[in-house]
Design a protein around this ligand. Sequence first.
Ligand code: SAM
Length: 244
Amino acid sequence: MFDTNKKPAGDQKRRGGYYTPLKLASFLAKWAVRGGKQRILEPSSGDGNFVVACLEQSQNSHKNLLEPKIEIVAVEIEKEEIQKGKARVQALVNGHFRVEWLAGDFLSLFEALKKAGLFDAVLGNPPFIRFQYFDDKSREVAFTHLRSADYHPTKLANAWAAFVELSIELLADGGRLAMVVPAELLQVKYAAELRSRLSKHFEHIVLIGFRPKFRAKFAVSTVEKSGVHRPNFARRIGHAHLRF
Ligand SMILES: C[S@@+](CC[C@H](N)C(=O)[O-])C[C@H]1O[C@@H](n2cnc3c(N)ncnc32)[C@H](O)[C@@H]1O
């Protein structure tokens, strides 16, 4: 059973606020956070489980380093959650381990994030909200960014897919993507473009199912971006089931 420090929020469903157990976030951070200087993105941070996991992972593997080794950009639409996240990581940040918290809609901030520079890793658990529940303005902003990246979004799609799609655009070559996604990634029509983008841009794709808590509901894909883009590039698509 996962331990979690979360309690359900009243608006949990509306904003897709189901948080990732810290243990699972740490498992993914161990894979995604590597040595050396790294810029990391959490596109929908909630109160910061992935941020904590990345900082801990980086600090454990770089005990005596003088240079800043990790810079995390954490985006979250709920200001209150950001405050909680800031409080949680206060003791972990210093001149060498920095976190920039951005309060706002990741889908709208996409262009500004891209201009500020690509990331070595993107980790997170995006909100599961159908686009039909977005207001017209924010949906159009999201769709404009998706179209500029050659996707063809529709109202029937779910925002989690858009978060992964735009995260791929923000990932540097050689970067790693570790995201909690629903198992429907494998079959739904609205994720067809995402599936083909993943196989085109990433050399390794690993899907991990978690038992017992996440049984049937979630798969996690951890993938590595490659500079070479061609159809069906993925050389290895593996899967595993883990039990914590
Ligand atoms: C499934 S929760 C995951 C939170 C955190 N990543 C974790 O794994 O613990 C999704 C989060 O996305 C936030 N969110 C919803 N819409 C968003 C948006 N447009 N931009 C940024 N964050 C958003 C929600 O408030 C919620 O905290």
